[in-house]
Design a protein around this ligand. Structure first.
Ligand code: FM0
Length: 326
Protein backbone atom coordinates (compact mmCIF):
# COMPACT_ATOMS: atom_id res chain seq x y z
CA UNK A 1 0.00 0.00 0.00
CA UNK A 2 3.06 2.24 -0.32
CA UNK A 3 4.98 3.53 -3.35
CA UNK A 4 7.62 6.16 -4.14
CA UNK A 5 8.11 7.84 -7.51
CA UNK A 6 10.51 10.41 -8.93
CA UNK A 7 9.29 12.69 -11.75
CA UNK A 8 11.02 15.55 -13.55
CA UNK A 9 9.74 18.97 -14.59
CA UNK A 10 9.28 19.86 -18.22
CA UNK A 11 9.36 23.06 -20.24
CA UNK A 12 6.86 23.57 -23.03
CA UNK A 13 8.41 24.41 -26.40
CA UNK A 14 4.89 24.81 -27.81
CA UNK A 15 2.63 26.00 -25.00
CA UNK A 16 -0.47 24.61 -23.37
CA UNK A 17 -2.61 27.73 -23.04
CA UNK A 18 -6.34 27.37 -22.57
CA UNK A 19 -8.75 24.72 -21.27
CA UNK A 20 -11.91 23.38 -22.88
CA UNK A 21 -12.87 21.62 -19.64
CA UNK A 22 -11.59 22.90 -16.32
CA UNK A 23 -12.64 19.98 -14.14
CA UNK A 24 -11.02 17.33 -16.35
CA UNK A 25 -8.11 19.55 -17.41
CA UNK A 26 -8.80 19.19 -21.12
CA UNK A 27 -6.81 21.70 -23.18
CA UNK A 28 -7.81 23.72 -26.21
CA UNK A 29 -4.61 22.81 -28.09
CA UNK A 30 -1.84 20.24 -28.28
CA UNK A 31 1.45 21.19 -26.64
CA UNK A 32 5.00 19.87 -26.89
CA UNK A 33 7.64 19.85 -24.20
CA UNK A 34 11.06 18.66 -23.25
CA UNK A 35 11.56 16.94 -19.90
CA UNK A 36 14.46 18.38 -17.86
CA UNK A 37 17.03 16.41 -15.90
CA UNK A 38 17.83 18.95 -13.21
CA UNK A 39 14.54 19.56 -11.40
CA UNK A 40 12.31 16.85 -9.96
CA UNK A 41 9.89 15.80 -7.25
CA UNK A 42 10.04 12.61 -5.18
CA UNK A 43 6.72 11.56 -3.70
CA UNK A 44 5.74 8.71 -1.40
CA UNK A 45 2.11 7.70 -1.02
CA UNK A 46 0.93 5.30 1.63
CA UNK A 47 -2.72 4.27 1.96
CA UNK A 48 -3.44 3.28 5.51
CA UNK A 49 -6.65 2.05 7.13
CA UNK A 50 -5.64 3.71 10.42
CA UNK A 51 -5.92 7.17 8.87
CA UNK A 52 -9.11 9.22 9.24
CA UNK A 53 -8.13 11.86 6.65
CA UNK A 54 -5.49 12.48 3.98
CA UNK A 55 -2.21 14.04 5.08
CA UNK A 56 0.18 15.97 2.85
CA UNK A 57 3.75 16.83 3.84
CA UNK A 58 5.81 19.00 1.51
CA UNK A 59 9.57 19.40 2.01
CA UNK A 60 9.34 18.16 5.59
CA UNK A 61 6.38 20.27 6.74
CA UNK A 62 2.64 19.94 6.70
CA UNK A 63 1.54 21.61 3.46
CA UNK A 64 -0.69 24.69 3.31
CA UNK A 65 -4.46 24.11 3.33
CA UNK A 66 -4.85 25.22 -0.29
CA UNK A 67 -2.26 22.73 -1.56
CA UNK A 68 -3.62 19.94 0.63
CA UNK A 69 -7.11 20.55 -0.76
CA UNK A 70 -5.84 20.06 -4.32
CA UNK A 71 -4.05 16.85 -3.34
CA UNK A 72 -7.18 15.53 -1.59
CA UNK A 73 -9.28 16.28 -4.70
CA UNK A 74 -6.73 14.36 -6.74
CA UNK A 75 -6.67 11.42 -4.31
CA UNK A 76 -10.48 11.30 -4.50
CA UNK A 77 -10.17 10.60 -8.22
CA UNK A 78 -7.66 7.84 -7.54
CA UNK A 79 -9.90 6.28 -4.87
CA UNK A 80 -12.88 6.45 -7.19
CA UNK A 81 -10.94 4.60 -9.90
CA UNK A 82 -9.79 1.93 -7.41
CA UNK A 83 -13.09 1.64 -5.56
CA UNK A 84 -11.36 2.40 -2.30
CA UNK A 85 -12.19 4.48 0.77
CA UNK A 86 -8.70 4.43 2.31
CA UNK A 87 -6.97 7.68 3.22
CA UNK A 88 -3.33 8.34 2.41
CA UNK A 89 -0.22 9.98 3.75
CA UNK A 90 1.58 11.83 0.97
CA UNK A 91 5.17 12.96 1.48
CA UNK A 92 6.74 15.09 -1.24
CA UNK A 93 10.18 16.52 -1.70
CA UNK A 94 10.43 19.19 -4.34
CA UNK A 95 13.83 19.69 -5.93
CA UNK A 96 12.48 22.52 -8.03
CA UNK A 97 13.58 26.13 -7.60
CA UNK A 98 10.10 27.66 -7.66
CA UNK A 99 11.74 31.10 -7.72
CA UNK A 100 13.18 30.17 -11.12
CA UNK A 101 9.66 30.07 -12.48
CA UNK A 102 9.49 26.34 -12.81
CA UNK A 103 6.09 25.12 -11.82
CA UNK A 104 6.54 22.21 -9.44
CA UNK A 105 3.00 21.13 -10.38
CA UNK A 106 4.21 19.23 -13.47
CA UNK A 107 6.71 17.03 -11.64
CA UNK A 108 4.55 17.08 -8.51
CA UNK A 109 1.38 15.64 -10.04
CA UNK A 110 3.27 13.22 -12.30
CA UNK A 111 5.00 11.76 -9.23
CA UNK A 112 1.78 11.79 -7.17
CA UNK A 113 -0.25 10.11 -9.91
CA UNK A 114 2.22 7.26 -10.38
CA UNK A 115 2.87 6.76 -6.65
CA UNK A 116 -0.83 6.89 -5.68
CA UNK A 117 -1.86 4.53 -8.50
CA UNK A 118 0.79 1.98 -7.55
CA UNK A 119 0.14 2.26 -3.81
CA UNK A 120 -3.61 1.70 -4.20
CA UNK A 121 -3.03 -1.28 -6.50
CA UNK A 122 -4.15 0.20 -9.82
CA UNK A 123 -2.15 -1.27 -12.63
CA UNK A 124 -1.95 1.67 -15.04
CA UNK A 125 0.25 1.94 -18.11
CA UNK A 126 2.10 5.18 -18.91
CA UNK A 127 -0.68 6.51 -21.12
CA UNK A 128 -3.22 5.97 -18.33
CA UNK A 129 -0.84 7.59 -15.85
CA UNK A 130 -0.52 10.58 -18.17
CA UNK A 131 -4.32 10.91 -18.18
CA UNK A 132 -4.43 10.66 -14.41
CA UNK A 133 -1.57 13.16 -13.85
CA UNK A 134 -3.33 15.56 -16.23
CA UNK A 135 -6.20 15.78 -13.74
CA UNK A 136 -3.87 17.27 -11.14
CA UNK A 137 -2.21 19.78 -13.46
CA UNK A 138 -2.30 19.80 -17.26
CA UNK A 139 1.45 20.04 -17.78
CA UNK A 140 1.95 17.00 -15.50
CA UNK A 141 0.55 14.79 -18.27
CA UNK A 142 3.83 15.40 -20.15
CA UNK A 143 6.15 14.72 -17.18
CA UNK A 144 5.31 11.00 -17.14
CA UNK A 145 7.66 10.66 -20.12
CA UNK A 146 11.27 11.61 -20.75
CA UNK A 147 12.70 13.31 -23.81
CA UNK A 148 10.48 15.25 -26.19
CA UNK A 149 6.77 14.79 -25.50
CA UNK A 150 3.52 15.84 -27.15
CA UNK A 151 0.27 16.19 -25.22
CA UNK A 152 -2.74 15.47 -27.42
CA UNK A 153 -5.74 17.67 -26.73
CA UNK A 154 -8.18 14.93 -27.77
CA UNK A 155 -11.75 15.37 -28.94
CA UNK A 156 -13.81 13.40 -26.41
CA UNK A 157 -15.64 15.16 -23.60
CA UNK A 158 -14.58 12.50 -21.06
CA UNK A 159 -10.85 13.00 -21.75
CA UNK A 160 -10.35 9.40 -22.90
CA UNK A 161 -8.22 10.50 -25.87
CA UNK A 162 -6.37 13.27 -24.02
CA UNK A 163 -2.87 12.18 -22.96
CA UNK A 164 0.80 12.72 -23.71
CA UNK A 165 3.02 10.54 -25.89
CA UNK A 166 6.80 10.52 -26.25
CA UNK A 167 7.86 11.63 -29.72
CA UNK A 168 11.66 11.66 -29.52
CA UNK A 169 14.03 9.96 -27.06
CA UNK A 170 16.10 12.04 -24.69
CA UNK A 171 19.30 10.61 -26.20
CA UNK A 172 18.22 11.48 -29.74
CA UNK A 173 19.02 15.18 -29.45
CA UNK A 174 21.21 16.77 -26.79
CA UNK A 175 19.72 20.24 -26.42
CA UNK A 176 20.36 22.43 -23.40
CA UNK A 177 17.98 24.67 -21.48
CA UNK A 178 19.27 27.54 -19.38
CA UNK A 179 16.80 28.70 -16.78
CA UNK A 180 17.49 32.37 -16.23
CA UNK A 181 16.18 33.67 -12.94
CA UNK A 182 15.68 37.43 -12.87
CA UNK A 183 15.01 39.88 -10.08
CA UNK A 184 11.27 40.25 -9.57
CA UNK A 185 8.84 42.68 -7.99
CA UNK A 186 5.30 42.08 -9.10
CA UNK A 187 2.88 39.46 -7.85
CA UNK A 188 2.10 36.96 -10.55
CA UNK A 189 -1.20 35.90 -12.05
CA UNK A 190 -1.29 32.13 -11.58
CA UNK A 191 -1.20 30.21 -14.86
CA UNK A 192 -4.56 28.55 -14.12
CA UNK A 193 -6.23 31.91 -13.58
CA UNK A 194 -4.36 33.59 -16.45
CA UNK A 195 -5.32 30.99 -19.04
CA UNK A 196 -8.96 31.07 -17.93
CA UNK A 197 -9.16 34.86 -18.20
CA UNK A 198 -7.52 34.73 -21.62
CA UNK A 199 -9.90 32.08 -22.99
CA UNK A 200 -12.92 33.98 -21.69
CA UNK A 201 -12.00 37.54 -22.63
CA UNK A 202 -9.07 37.91 -25.06
CA UNK A 203 -9.97 38.55 -28.72
CA UNK A 204 -6.45 37.34 -29.52
CA UNK A 205 -7.18 33.84 -28.22
CA UNK A 206 -8.75 32.84 -31.55
CA UNK A 207 -5.51 33.87 -33.29
CA UNK A 208 -3.50 31.81 -30.82
CA UNK A 209 -5.53 28.69 -31.62
CA UNK A 210 -5.22 29.31 -35.32
CA UNK A 211 -1.42 29.60 -35.12
CA UNK A 212 -0.56 26.82 -32.70
CA UNK A 213 -1.36 23.93 -35.03
CA UNK A 214 1.07 25.29 -37.62
CA UNK A 215 3.72 25.74 -34.94
CA UNK A 216 3.30 22.09 -33.94
CA UNK A 217 3.84 20.93 -37.50
CA UNK A 218 6.97 23.07 -37.76
CA UNK A 219 8.49 21.88 -34.49
CA UNK A 220 7.86 18.23 -35.32
CA UNK A 221 9.65 18.71 -38.63
CA UNK A 222 12.52 20.40 -36.80
CA UNK A 223 12.75 17.49 -34.32
CA UNK A 224 12.77 14.98 -37.18
CA UNK A 225 15.40 16.89 -39.13
CA UNK A 226 17.36 18.01 -36.02
CA UNK A 227 17.18 21.49 -37.46
CA UNK A 228 18.01 23.73 -34.51
CA UNK A 229 17.33 27.03 -36.28
CA UNK A 230 13.89 25.87 -37.30
CA UNK A 231 13.19 24.61 -33.78
CA UNK A 232 14.44 27.74 -32.04
CA UNK A 233 12.53 30.14 -34.27
CA UNK A 234 9.21 28.41 -33.72
CA UNK A 235 9.79 28.01 -29.97
CA UNK A 236 10.42 31.72 -29.51
CA UNK A 237 7.57 32.79 -31.80
CA UNK A 238 5.12 30.44 -30.08
CA UNK A 239 5.96 31.82 -26.63
CA UNK A 240 5.51 35.38 -27.89
CA UNK A 241 2.10 34.52 -29.31
CA UNK A 242 0.99 32.98 -26.02
CA UNK A 243 2.05 36.10 -24.14
CA UNK A 244 0.34 38.33 -26.71
CA UNK A 245 -3.03 36.80 -25.74
CA UNK A 246 -2.67 38.13 -22.19
CA UNK A 247 -2.46 41.73 -23.44
CA UNK A 248 -5.90 41.38 -25.01
CA UNK A 249 -7.54 39.92 -21.89
CA UNK A 250 -9.96 41.85 -19.69
CA UNK A 251 -8.51 42.99 -17.39
CA UNK A 252 -5.26 42.81 -19.36
CA UNK A 253 -2.15 41.39 -17.73
CA UNK A 254 1.46 40.63 -18.58
CA UNK A 255 3.94 38.19 -17.12
CA UNK A 256 7.04 40.11 -18.21
CA UNK A 257 9.02 42.56 -16.14
CA UNK A 258 11.73 44.90 -17.38
CA UNK A 259 14.33 42.26 -16.48
CA UNK A 260 12.48 39.73 -18.65
CA UNK A 261 12.70 42.04 -21.65
CA UNK A 262 16.41 42.68 -21.00
CA UNK A 263 17.12 38.95 -21.15
CA UNK A 264 14.99 38.53 -24.28
CA UNK A 265 16.89 41.35 -25.98
CA UNK A 266 20.26 39.90 -24.99
CA UNK A 267 19.26 36.56 -26.52
CA UNK A 268 18.36 38.34 -29.75
CA UNK A 269 21.65 40.29 -29.63
CA UNK A 270 23.57 37.01 -29.23
CA UNK A 271 21.94 35.72 -32.39
CA UNK A 272 23.02 38.82 -34.26
CA UNK A 273 26.57 37.91 -33.23
CA UNK A 274 26.06 34.42 -34.64
CA UNK A 275 25.45 32.59 -31.37
CA UNK A 276 22.25 30.60 -31.68
CA UNK A 277 20.03 30.98 -28.64
CA UNK A 278 16.23 31.20 -28.43
CA UNK A 279 14.03 32.05 -25.47
CA UNK A 280 10.73 30.78 -24.13
CA UNK A 281 8.73 32.11 -21.16
CA UNK A 282 5.97 30.54 -19.06
CA UNK A 283 3.45 32.22 -16.79
CA UNK A 284 6.07 34.27 -14.95
CA UNK A 285 8.93 36.72 -15.44
CA UNK A 286 11.82 34.27 -15.81
CA UNK A 287 13.27 33.22 -19.13
CA UNK A 288 14.36 29.80 -20.39
CA UNK A 289 16.97 29.79 -23.14
CA UNK A 290 17.29 26.83 -25.52
CA UNK A 291 20.66 26.20 -27.15
CA UNK A 292 23.10 23.61 -28.48
CA UNK A 293 25.89 22.24 -26.25
CA UNK A 294 28.73 24.13 -27.97
CA UNK A 295 27.13 27.52 -27.32
CA UNK A 296 26.07 26.92 -23.72
CA UNK A 297 29.08 28.50 -22.03
CA UNK A 298 29.16 31.65 -24.17
CA UNK A 299 25.45 32.18 -23.63
CA UNK A 300 25.87 31.70 -19.89
CA UNK A 301 28.61 34.33 -19.74
CA UNK A 302 26.63 36.90 -21.73
CA UNK A 303 23.45 36.47 -19.68
CA UNK A 304 25.27 36.24 -16.37
CA UNK A 305 26.83 39.63 -17.09
CA UNK A 306 23.40 41.29 -17.03
CA UNK A 307 22.79 42.95 -13.63
CA UNK A 308 19.13 41.84 -13.66
CA UNK A 309 20.09 38.16 -13.73
CA UNK A 310 20.14 36.44 -10.33
CA UNK A 311 21.02 32.89 -11.19
CA UNK A 312 21.24 30.56 -14.18
CA UNK A 313 20.42 26.86 -13.87
CA UNK A 314 21.68 24.54 -16.62
CA UNK A 315 19.46 21.65 -17.70
CA UNK A 316 19.74 18.77 -20.13
CA UNK A 317 17.00 16.58 -21.53
CA UNK A 318 15.66 14.41 -18.73
CA UNK A 319 14.02 11.01 -18.15
CA UNK A 320 10.46 9.94 -17.44
CA UNK A 321 9.12 8.74 -14.10
CA UNK A 322 11.00 6.14 -12.08
CA UNK A 323 9.78 3.97 -9.22
CA UNK A 324 12.02 3.98 -6.16
CA UNK A 325 12.22 0.96 -3.90
CA UNK A 326 11.06 1.76 -0.35
O1 FM0 B 1 3.55 24.36 -19.61
O2 FM0 B 1 -4.12 24.77 -14.63
O3 FM0 B 1 -0.10 22.93 -16.08
O4 FM0 B 1 2.59 24.26 -21.56
O5 FM0 B 1 3.38 26.68 -18.26
O6 FM0 B 1 -2.46 23.22 -13.58
O7 FM0 B 1 -3.42 22.71 -15.83
O8 FM0 B 1 0.41 24.86 -14.51
F1 FM0 B 1 3.20 29.06 -19.75
C1 FM0 B 1 2.18 28.47 -19.26
C2 FM0 B 1 1.11 25.46 -17.54
C3 FM0 B 1 1.00 26.52 -18.56
C4 FM0 B 1 2.58 26.35 -20.51
O9 FM0 B 1 -0.10 25.32 -16.91
O10 FM0 B 1 -1.87 24.65 -15.52
C5 FM0 B 1 2.93 24.88 -20.55
C6 FM0 B 1 2.32 26.95 -19.13
P1 FM0 B 1 -3.03 23.79 -14.87
P2 FM0 B 1 -0.33 24.34 -15.69
Amino acid sequence: MKATVKAHTNIALIKYWGKRDERLFLPTNNSLSVTLDKFYTITTVEFDEQLTSDQFYLNGNEAEAKETKKVVTFLNRVREKANSTLFAKVTSENHVPTAAGFASSASGYAALAAAAAKAIGLNLNERELSQLARQGSGSASRSIFGGYVEWEKGMESDGSDCYATPILDRDAWDLRVLSVEVTTKAKKVLSREGMKRTVETSPFFAGWLEAVDKDLITIKEALQEKDFTKLGQVVEANALKMHATTLGANPPFMYWQSATVEVMQEVQALREKGIEAYFTIDAGPNVKVVCQPDDEQKIHEALNALPVVNEIHHCRVGPGITYIAD
